[in-house]
Structure formats: structure tokens, C-alpha cells
Design a protein around this ligand. Structure first.
Ligand code: AMP
Ligand code: ZN
Length: 664
């Protein structure tokens, strides 16, 4: 087999596995095998860039940065939908239809997915463009981001038309949404409110590699174009499915409004079992010929109608508002409710988010409130039933002092959350910080769990994470339920954690906004804790991906005398406070202060390897050419507009070999 065929066949195979996994939910090989094959393809493509393909499965990981999303006019307008809320509304609609259409009318019933609408353009079976709905006439070109969504086929199969648009909804399934929030919690960031906003926010991220990490899905429901040879909506769903799109199987043909209503009733209950959010049903006149005759109003097609589910709501009494203190000192108000059954679970608590939310709802203890459950773990309070408000009720006064340590709370301008600033003396902060320190992605201390940490703190045995390294067997044996064996495991686990690499130690310190990725960047750039401590906010923001907010937080952390003492102890106990020899071996400072733009395809290294070489040698990689660019490394097929720009700005364009000579 020639190299070209080998690449083609691997691409083909991986495409099929992607399809099995993300569209059919039915993988036929292990993740490991998949990764191996993907790696093999990556290597082949890197070695033979002449066969690279913008729609290869290797392009799913993202990396392209979009600073400004280009506005694109939709070739066919993206309409809104008329809404209905009752059987009567639907019957009225049918009556209107019958005045305009002769003979029986068939309907396609679909679920109304709650996410961000998207229009995908395909030409010759390849994804050409992805554009948001925008105002319906024009939207934003988000192609680079959408390409990372695995259920969006980059290359179609079967008998597809040469050119068409297909519309769908990008959703974030509950499971992925909840996982993203767990990670947010870990770095002390405010949680995402709901999957829908998070999905549409994701499409507008500048870094497509970030989008690639989000478990988004794309569900399709409408094909537009001319001469497609399709006669009905239902057929178009089947076709789309056959070409490789993810089209949920819930769609059903109905021969009357009664059958439509059956569909509505069924899904009103069953939707709670779906992995993503739906807010209704969309009923469409099935025949495209009929659709043509019916046409559009100024805002929506006459041939379609959305039926909105009533979100499942119950009313209950708000007993008390309590306040939780998180690891970073963030205060979260919690509504403690009279327990009530809702969508199959007993609800006792709901988050009130922050002071603004309480004020907006004007919610008070003793109020009767309506609670709704979306897909999130925590249900939300929608409104207060004012008719039930007790006559002696008074507005909620948000707390001014920490419920745990009585310190006066602060609230920074522009922030929604109140904070307890008593960093070193507030119990939940102390415990939370140590729990974060020992967690799996941080120091991963075997034999020590979150509850034991609380026990140790409450017993006065530890008050910060450096104290862990001074614990002795005999200190902890007297603790409740601490057997000889567990004490030993605990001490061993702590000892072993001394080998955990620097970047994870940095993450474990629990600096606000410093998650795993940022910790890695910082470790790589500064190489050891001392140079990180010595740095300035200005220097920090010049590091790739470090913004002002992170820079300020990092500097504040290392300005604290207490923190510096703790760090010096950790160092003394033998924790890894710098990159290992091995990590350092490949790194130099040869390119410090230089910014590179990489363009085109290369012969001896892949683009990613090239970028890594730049970073390993202290340089910075940027996506677009500006006056700050030091060099453009040009491979084959460098874009003409990039070349123009570089020439205009007088930025040297160098070859791959020139670059490699720089770092020898
Ligand atoms: P609305 O935003 O309430 O006007 O509702 C219209 C939107 O519903 C469309 O723009 C689509 O993004 C979305 N939608 C979700 N599921 C479907 C579906 N099965 N068919 C048509 N539109 C849908
Ligand atoms: Zn406090």
C-alpha cells in the first residue's frame, strides 16, 4: 500500500470509529486502540504533509484561535418557531393549515433540543462552514470550534447532494455539564448555570482546543438547499442519518393532530430520561410540497409549530436560608426547603447563587416558592408565590459576616460572589484547601480522604497542608476509627507524594484560578517555584494563556507571608519544587522574548512538534501576525494573506531549517 493509501485508509477507519462512538453510541474498539491508531495517523500526516487534509480525524483536537468571528450571511434565512402551549393551540394551527392545504396532512414530530442553533454547510461531502443563527439573517462563522465536536461529520458517507446546508442544535449533555462544573468547583470558579448557555458560550471561545475538551454534541433536524430530491421532512431526517449525522431516533410520523398529541404526552414524561435538555416538541408539516405552499410569516415558518413542555415545577416552603463557605472563601447562599417530590427525587435544598439572585427574586424565609428541576444536580427556584407571603415577612438581609469565622465579608467590584477574606483562620477554607491538596489530580495522597482531613483539622493536628508532612503514626492513631493499618497507609501515602511532579504540586497549592492547565503552563515557563515567586504581574501576563485575573491571583498568593512560610516548609520536606532533570533536559532559554507564528506544512517535524520546540526553548507561539511577531516560520503552502501581512510589517519569514538552526 502506498503512503497515500495508508493515510486514506486510516482516516476512513477512524472516521468510522468516531461515527460508531459519537453518533451511534456504539463503539467497536477500545479507547486505547483508537488513540493508537490516531497517533499513527498523526505521525504519518506529519511526515507526509502533502497528504494532510483539513477534514482528517486528526483535526478534531482543535488548536486554531479565532480572535474575531467573521459575520456570514445565511444563504437561507434561519427562522424562529411559533410556540404553542396546549391542545387547543395545536388544533387552531391545524385549522389554519386546512384552509391552505387540500387533503390529508401528515406531520413529523421531533423533540425540541435546548441548545444553540447552528447551520452547517457541506460541499462535496466535506464540512465547509459552521455558522451560528445570529439574528437569523447573518451569524458568526464558528467553523474551527464546531470541527472539534465529534458528532459533526467532517466527511459524509453515502449518497449526499453536492451542496446543502443542514441545521441543528449544539447541546451539552447533562453528564458532561456536571463534570465541567465539578472541575470549576475544583479551581474555585463560579459554576456554569445551565447546559444551554454553556453550549452557546462554548461556540464563541477563541481557542478551539478548549472547545475540543467540552463534551458537546450536535443534533440535526433540517436540510435546506435546492434540487435535493427529498420529498418529506421525515425522509430528510432519514437521509441525514444515512450520511452520517446524529439525528435522534425519537422523530415520528403522525397522521393526525391526535397522534401528535400522543407524541407530546409520551415525551413530556420520557424526556426526563434523555441525556440532554429538551424544552418541547417541534411539529412540522411532513410534505415539503405542502411546506412550500404554506411559506413563512415574517418570523417563522407556517408549516412548523413548537409545543413547549411545562417545566416540572412544584411549590414548597422556604424554611431557612443558610450560607456555605467554599475552599476559596466564596459564600453560596442555600435555600433549605420543606422536602418535596420533584421529577422523581426528593428536593430539600436549592442554590440561590448569590446576593443579586436573592434580591432579584425578593425571596424571604417563610415564602412559598416554585422549584424547577433542569438537568443540573441542584434544582432551582423560579419564583416566589407572593399571594402566600406571610404578613409579617421582612426582606432577606444578606449576611455581612462569615457564618463560620465571623470575619466581615468582602465583595469585589464586578463580582457576584461575597468572600470571606480570613484565608488562614476560616475552617471550611482550611479544610477545603487541604482536601484539594490531597485530591487525585493534585498530590493524589493514597490512604487519606476528605473526611479524615476534616478530622485532623478539627483535632488540631494540622492547620495547613505542610503540616501533613509532620504527622506521625502516634498522632493519628487516637483518632476515631483509625486502625493501625490505616494509619500506616496514611503516613506512607504522604511520604510517596513527595515524588509528585512540580506542576501538580503547583496545582495542589490551590491558588485561585490556577487549574491543572495553568499550573502546567506556569511550571513549564518558570521551571521552579523561586522564579515564580519572584515574578511580577506584568511578566506573568506575557506568558501564554495567562490573563490579568490569573496573574493577580498568583502574585497575591506569593505575596502572603504565611504562604511563603508554608512553601518553604514543603520544600524542606522534599516536595518537588522544580521541573525534573528530565523535564529540563529538552528546554533552553534560546528563544526567550521571541514570538513566532507558524504557517504552512513542514517536512521534518509536525506543526505541533514545531510549536512545542518553540515553547521548550522559551519562545512564544502566536496564532496571528502582528507588529509583536518576531519571526514567521513558513512551511509549504503558507497562506498568501499571511505572507502579505508579514511582508507589510517587515517581519522576517524563515524556513523550517532556519528555525532548527536557531535552537541547536
Ligand atoms: P425559538 O428559539 O424558541 O424561536 O425556537 C426555535 C429554535 O428551536 C430553532 O432556532 C432551533 O434552534 C430550535 N430547535 C430545537 N430543536 C428543533 C427541531 N427539532 N426542529 C426545529 N428547530 C429546533
Ligand atoms: Zn470565614
Amino acid at each position: 500500500m502506498t503512503i497515500k493509501d495508508q493515510i486514506k485508509s486510516l482516516q476512513e477507519e477512524l472516521r468510522q470509529h468516531n461515527y460508531n462512538y459519537y453518533v451511534l453510541d456504539n463503539p467497536t474498539i477500545s479507547d486505547y486502540e483508537f488513540d493508537m491508531k490516531l497517533k499513527q495517523l498523526q505521525e504519518l500526516e506529519a511526515k507526509h504533509p502533502e497528504f494532510a487534509d483539513a477534514n482528517s480525524p486528526t483535526q478534531r483536537v482543535g488548536g486554531a484561535i479565532t480572535k474575531n468571528f467573521e459575520t456570514v450571511k445565511h444563504e437561507h434565512r434561519m427562522y424562529s418557531l411559533d410556540n404553542s402551549y396546549s391542545k387547543e393551540d395545536l388544533l387552531d394551527w391545524e385549522t389554519r393549515l386546512k384552509k391552505m392545504i387540500d387533503g390529508p396532512i401528515q406531520f413529523t414530530c421531533e423533540l425540541k433540543y435546548d441548545g444553540a442553533s447552528i447551520s452547517l454547510t457541506y460541499e462535496n461531502g466535506s464540512l465547509l462552514r459552521a455558522v451560528t443563527r445570529g439574528d437569523g439573517v447573518q451569524g458568526d462563522d464558528v467553523t474551527a470550534n464546531v470541527k472539534t465536536i465529534k458528532s459533526v461529520p467532517l466527511q459524509l458517507k453515502g449518497d449526499y447532494p453536492t451542496k446543502f446546508d443542514i441545521r441543528g442544535e449544539i447541546v451539552l449533555p447533562f453528564e458532561g455539564f456536571n463534570k465541567m462544573n465539578e472541575e470549576r468547583e475544583e479551581i474555585g470558579e463560579e459554576l456554569y448555570r445551565n447546559p444551554r448557555n454553556t453550549a452557546s458560550g462554548s461556540l464563541k471561545l477563541q481557542d478551539s482546543a478548549e472547545v475540543a475538551k467540552r463534551p458537546l454534541e450536535c443534533l440535526l433536524y433540517n436540510i435546506t438547499g435546492s434540487n435535493l430530491g427529498i420529498k418529506t421532512q421525515f425522509e430528510s431526517l432519514e437521509k441525514a442519518r444515512a450520511w452520517g449525522f446524529k439525528v435522534p431516533n425519537a422523530a415520528k410520523l403522525a397522521n393526525s393532530i391526535d397522534e401528535v398529541l400522543e407524541f407530546v404526552e409520551y415525551w413530556d414524561v420520557k424526556r426526563h430520561d434523555l441525556p440532554y435538555e429538551t424544552d418541547g416538541v417541534v411539529v412540522k408539516v411532513n410534505s415539503l410540497q405542502h411546506q412550500d405552499e404554506l411559506g413563512y410569516t415574517a418570523k417563522a415558518p407556517r408549516w412548523a409549530m413548537a409545543y413547549k413542555f411545562k417545566a416540572e415545577q412544584v411549590s414548597t416552603v422556604l424554611l431557612e436560608i443558610t450560607y456555605q463557605v467554599g475552599r476559596t472563601g466564596a459564600i453560596t447562599p442555600v435555600a433549605n426547603l420543606e422536602p418535596v417530590e420533584l421529577a422523581g427525587t426528593t428536593v430539600k435544598r436549592a442554590s440561590l447563587h448569590n446576593a443579586d439572585q436573592i434580591e432579584k427574586l425578593d425571596i424571604r424565609e417563610g415564602d412559598t416558592v416554585f422549584v424547577e428541576k433542569g438537568g443540573e444536580i441542584i434544582p432551582k427556584i423560579i419564583t416566589v408565590d407572593l399571594s402566600q407571603r406571610p404578613s409579617n415577612s421582612t426582606p432577606t438581609q444578606y449576611i455581612t459576616h462569615c457564618p463560620e469565622c465571623e470575619t466581615e465579608l468582602i465583595r469585589q467590584v464586578g463580582e457576584a460572589q461575597h468572600y470571606c477574606p480570613n484565608y488562614n483562620g476560616c475552617k471550611p477554607q482550611i479544610i477545603g484547601r487541604i482536601q484539594h491538596f490531597i485530591s487525585r489530580k493534585a498530590m493524589d495522597i493514597d490512604g487519606l480522604g476528605g473526611e479524615t482531613v476534616a478530622l485532623l483539622v478539627n483535632a488540631g493536628l494540622i492547620s495547613n497542608y505542610s503540616d501533613l508532612y509532620e504527622l506521625k503514626r502516634e498522632d493519628i492513631l487516637p483518632l476515631e476509627r483509625m486502625a493501625e493499618k490505616s494509619a500506616e497507609n496514611l503516613i506512607n501515602g504522604i511520604e510517596l507524594s513527595k515524588a509528585v511532579p512540580f506542576e501538580r504540586v503547583l496545582f495542589a497549592l490551590g491558588i485561585r484560578y490556577v487549574g491543572e492547565t495553568v499550573a502546567k503552563k506556569l511550571a513549564k515557563h518558570y521551571k521552579n517555584i523561586d522564579s515564580l515567586i519572584a515574578t511580577t504581574p506584568e511578566a506573568l501576563v506575557s506568558v501564554d494563556e495567562i490573563g490579568e485575573r490569573i496573574a493577580e491571583s498568583v502574585t497575591a498568593f506569593f505575596t502572603s507571608k504565611e504562604n511563603l512560610e508554608i512553601i518553604s516548609k514543603l520544600k524542606h520536606f522534599g516536595l518537588q519544587m522544580s521541573l525534573s532533570e528530565e523535564q529540563l533536559a529538552n528546554q533552553t532559554d534560546k528563544l526567550v522574548g521571541k514570538t513566532f507564528v507558524v504557517s504552512g506544512v513542514f517536512q521534518s517535524v509536525s506543526r505541533n512538534e514545531l510549536k512545542k520546540l518553540i515553547e521548550d526553548n522559551g519562545g512564544k507561539v502566536s496564532a496571528s501576525i502582528s507588529s509583536k511577531t518576531s519571526f514567521v516560520v513558513a512551511g509549504d503552502n503558507m497562506g498568501p494573506s499571511k505572507r502579505d501581512k508579514a511582508e507589510k510589517l517587515g517581519i522576517p519569514i524563515i524556513t523550517e531549517q532556519d528555525f532548527l538552526d536557531m535552537i541547536i
